[in-house]
Design a protein around this ligand. Structure first.
Ligand SMILES: NC(=O)c1ccc[n+]([C@@H]2O[C@H](COP(=O)([O-])OP(=O)(O)OC[C@H]3O[C@@H](n4cnc5c(N)ncnc54)[C@H](OP(=O)(O)O)[C@@H]3O)[C@@H](O)[C@H]2O)c1
Length: 261
């Protein structure tokens, strides 16, 4: 690992208190970025990761905001600028998964999910972009899902719709921001072992899901948060400087999805 890869860079990771977001925070901080760790309710988890990384000499702090609420996002971005400096790297990771499909959905729950997964990406990117435009450099990495490009997970039609919206926003933001030296790309994780996929399931159900995913994966296993974080870090770095408006599936090579993206 290059501990200086992100030296001098300021990153904001939304939903950094657990799961994939936490792994991204750890990766960017370990490679030298100053990182703001956003959370909505899990202050304990966010403070734990901040304290651990600070004890390792990293520059990190936790910042509360609901990404669905524009005024909170604007205030968060101002606070990051005051504490760490202008944001260079924005990782739009915060997201929720509410199951639901055409014949069985809760309209209110869907609207909540849309506000977090879609409006959240819009609010955070709109708030961070002016600083990046001024610097003529920036990286935006959005967390989509392979659910958005097919029928991989049953019961997730409406979640897939939110991630489909994230993908077109990725392309449109890349179009708008490219002339200012800002790249915008999306990572599409496959089934990744986090609380999002385990909540509400017994250990036995989880084991069955993991085995089913492993059978469909060319690499024979489910994803770990670190598998996703390393690709996010690549897209946040100078190494991906000639890539924008792209969708990268990180799913171990799903045999039922070999033509996605
Ligand atoms: N795990 C998978 O298999 C998988 C697959 C494809 C895509 N993804 C996507 O990857 C991203 C991360 O997923 P994950 O599995 O790591 O989820 P997770 O374990 O449930 O973590 C979600 C994170 O988002 C935060 N969050 C939720 N609502 C928020 C809001 N309104 N404002 C600010 N933060 C909020 C949570 O913080 P608080 O708890 O403090 O609210 C938490 O830190 C999501 O966008 C998800 O859709 C995951």
């Amino acid at each position: 690992m290059d501990t200086e890869r992100f030296k001098g860079r300021v990153a904001l990771v939304t939903g950094g208190s657990r799961g994939i977001g936490r792994a991204v925070v750890e990766r960017l901080a370990a490679e030298g970025a100053a990182v703001a760790v956003n959370y909505r309710i899990r202050s304990g988890e966010a403070e734990d990761i901040v304290q651990r990384l600070q004890s390792e000499g990293c520059q990190v702090f936790a910042v509360q905001a609901d990404v669905a609420v524009r005024s909170e996002v604007d205030a968060m971005v101002r606070r990051v600028r005051d504490e760490l400096g202008t944001i260079d790297i924005l990782v739009n990771n915060a997201g929720v998964l509410v199951t639901g499909d055409l014949l069985n959905y809760d309209a209110e729950a869907f609207e909540h999910m849309w506000r977090v997964n879609v409006n959240g990406v819009l609010h955070a990117t709109a708030a961070a972009a002016p600083g990046m435009i001024e610097k003529k450099w920036g990286r935006v990495v959005n967390l989509s899902s392979i659910a958005a490009v097919g029928t991989a997970f049953s019961g997730t039609t409406l979640y897939a719709a939110t991630k489909g919206a994230v993908q077109i926003l990725t392309k449109r933001f890349a179009y708008e921001l490219g002339p200012s030296g800002i790249t915008v790309n999306a990572v599409l994780p496959g089934f990744t072992l986090t609380d999002m996929v385990s909540e509400g399931h017994t250990e036995e159900e989880m084991q069955q899901s993991i085995e089913a995913v492993a059978r469909k994966s060319l690499l024979g296993r489910a994803g770990e948060p670190g598998d996703i974080a390393s690709v996010v870090a690549f897209l946040a770095s100078e190494d991906s400087r000639f890539m924008t408006a792209q969708f990268l599936a990180v799913d171990g090579g799903r045999t039922d999805f070999l033509t996605h993206c």
